[in-house]
Design a protein around this ligand. Structure first.
Ligand SMILES: CC/C=C\C/C=C\C[C@@H](O)/C=C/C=C/C=C\[C@@H](O)CCCC(=O)O
Ligand SMILES: [Zn+2]
Length: 613
């Protein structure tokens, strides 16, 4: 049975808490295995303490010791997504307040769900293999036996042995490197993370990495990095200088940056997300909006963390709020309003996909027996943002509400919080406005599925041109398609073009004649911006344009960001004539896909996931 306080973890954190991890890794690219040892410094919270449970997933555990003495251990039954509890019996009793060092010797599985091993052919340079991790939400246990719950925070130290032609980086401060004394063909990289953080933020990349750009913004040297940096769609110096401005703006809004170093690593195209907020080392695809989001997580998520995955909206809703406040400072209030409107549409799409009565569209869902990867959607991001924006309007505007967000960050820094704790603090902070807060329909916002009870009225200045052009396409009859021309696009920015396509996607499919004409006049097939291409190809497949099917499947497989790959596969699957083709292409590519992506696409296309429970 899952522990009483975190439904996604087996670990017994009511009896003990991990304070520090000391990790020794030997990365083996031949067997796709990490041979490892981890020493957990555990603080005991109760008297007569004799046993503890750690989360593991597909780990081969060979030895456990406690303060250097052999300890008995058993692996329990395997749960479909939570993995296998590792029960450890200590050879002695401990009392409340004492510490014990539990050391586990183990190997990861080649199929570890946190890891993707790329062959040289799958990399940009084609010469060297590559390894990256993605631990959020419950995958850390497949690379480290640990109390894998965001309720708990610990520091970590790591030594990683890799082939000497490769470089290792982690979500921590670099602490030197040296030849591996055991093997002259290898090098050891060391890392220290002195700021307590949850296990899901442990991250590692090993590859032929090369740091290209170093700029120093006060205490945060930025290395925008490495092999994949060539994919940037803008000049490197522009990217770096915008990143520096974002960091400065975020500090002005939210308080000091505590993580010492800020590096950006551009991940291979198979990385399943647009970005991941790993401390000291943001994982990213090369777009600036993703960077604003990941920088914001340095405060909301990494410093103040959701206590369990049921409270994930606290991480993401506040991060989207802060990201859009950065946009407000660097662009304009109208830009913030425009992005907020786009977010409302993303929320509507998630609610439509899940179904308006699906409890996974609650802001605070029950996660008992729910795989966080299955529950993931825009809901915590955009319903969370919509609630914060609604409160902002009620409490007196962006400056006033940002004061609350900053104070919330200071209040809960270095800890993990529940929605109830957040709400209690909101009422304390706005003690003079409690009568207004009492009128908010909290149950509808937090514990009711579907769209929120209140729709904010966003300023439409930047959206008006997109709305008007969308309406023209929807209303125009086939005989009048000649009225469209390339001039329609001339005044639209990239953001507005994306919004125009999103609006069209919310409508019934356009007639085939319309999308063909749109290609003739706007030449959208020639655009490489992934946000544009993804929406355009979906629109074409929805309209049953057969020529778009191979392009959609190509995009779904050439990159692996789930935001793009899953809807593209689903759209082709929903085109009856090409359903089998979608399944065939998926099966042909699944071995080379990220394990989480391939698992979720298999579910979307109703193909066997190939996993035993
Ligand atoms: C209510 C849902 C509860 C928990 C879900 C938590 C984690 C789910 C897991 O699937 C991991 C998500 C990782 C996300 C990382 C970065 C995102 O912000 C990226 C958003 C999508 C994108 O832009 O590609
Ligand atoms: Zn996020």
């Amino acid at each position: 049975m899952a522990s009483a306080t975190d439904p996604c973890s087996f670990s017994s954190f009511s009896k003990c808490v991990t304070k520090h991890l000391n990790l020794t890794y030997h990365v083996d690219f031949d067997s796709h295995v990490i041979k490892a040892k981890v020493a957990l410094t555990v603080e005991v919270l109760v008297d007569n303490f004799t046993s503890l449970t750690l989360d593991t997933k597909d780990l081969k555990v060979s030895k456990v010791t406690a303060n250097g003495q052999a300890a008995k251990f058993t692996l329990g039954p395997k749960h479909s997504f939570m993995g296998t509890p590792l029960e450890i019996t200590l050879p002695f009793d401990l009392s409340r307040g004492q510490h014990v060092i539990v050391e586990v010797t183990y190997e990861t599985a080649p199929s570890a769900s946190a890891l993707q091993w790329l062959t040289p052919e799958q990399t940009a340079g084609k010469k060297h293999p590559y390894l990256f991790s993605q631990c959020q939400a419950t995958h850390c246990r497949s690379m480290v036996p640990c109390q894998d719950t965001p309720a708990m925070k610990h520091t970590y130290y790591a030594q990683v042995s890799v082939p000497k032609e490769l470089v290792a980086v982690m979500s921590a401060v670099r602490d030197g490197q040296e030849p591996d004394p055991q093997d002259s063909s290898r090098a050891i990289y060391r890392f220290r993370q002195p700021v307590p953080m949850p296990s899901y933020l442990i991250a590692i990349v090993v590859g032929a990495l090369e740091s290209r750009y170093t700029h120093t913004h006060t205490h945060t040297p930025i290395h925008a990095a490495f092999e994949y940096v060539g994919d940037l769609s803008m000049s490197h110096s522009f990217y770096i200088s915008r990143t520096e401005t974002m960091l400065k703006t975020a500090e002005d809004l939210a308080g000091p940056y505590v993580w010492g170093q800020y590096d950006i690593l551009v991940l291979p195209p198979s990385f399943p997300y647009g970005g991941m907020e790993n401390p000291c080392l943001t994982f990213a695809t090369p777009t600036l909006l993703v960077i604003a989001h990941e920088i914001s997580h340095s405060w909301t998520g990494n410093l103040v963390t959701n206590k369990t995955w049921e409270h994930f909206w606290l991480n993401e809703g506040h991060t989207v709020y802060l990201e859009r406040m950065i946009g407000r400072s660097m662009e304009s209030e109208q830009f913030r309003q425009f992005k907020a409107m786009g977010g409302w549409k993303d929320l509507q799409e998630s609610v439509n996909t899940f179904g308006a009565n699906n409890p996974l569209t609650n802001l605070v869902p029950n996660m008992n027996e729910v795989d966080p990867d299955d529950a993931f959607s825009s809901v915590p991001y955009e319903k969370g943002f919509a609630l914060l924006y609604h409160l902002e309007e009620l409490m007196g505007g962006p400056e006033v509400f940002m004061g609350f967000v900053k104070s919330y960050i200071q209040m809960f820094a270095y800890s993990s919080v529940t929605t109830e704790e957040w709400k209690k603090y909101l009422f304390t902070y706005f003690k003079n406005k409690v009568d207004i807060l009492n009128k908010v329909d909290w149950n509808a916002w937090m514990h009711t599925p579907g769209m929120p009870p209140v729709k904010p009225q966003y300023d439409t200045t930047m959206a008006d041109a997109c709305i008007a052009l969308c309406k023209r396409w929807v209303k125009t009859k086939e005989g009048d398609l000649g009225n469209f021309s390339e001039v329609d696009m001339k005044t639209l920015s990239t953001h507005q073009l994306i919004e125009f396509l999103s609006l069209l996607l919310q409508e019934d499919p356009l007639p085939l004649s319309h999308v063909k004409r749109m290609q003739e006049v706007y030449r959208l097939n020639a655009l490489n911006n992934a946000e544009i291409r993804f929406r355009w190809l979906r629109l074409c497949v929805k309209s049953k344009w057969e020529d778009a099917v191979p392009m959609a499947l190509k995009m779904a497989t050439e990159q692996g960001r789930m935001k793009f790959t899953r809807p593209l596969f689903k759209e082709v699957y929903n085109f009856d004539k090409y359903r089998e083709e979608a399944v065939r292409v998926f099966i042909a590519h699944r071995a080379a896909m990220h394990p989480v992506t391939s698992n979720l696409v298999a579910k979307d296309l109703k193909v066997d996931t190939g996993k035993s429970t």
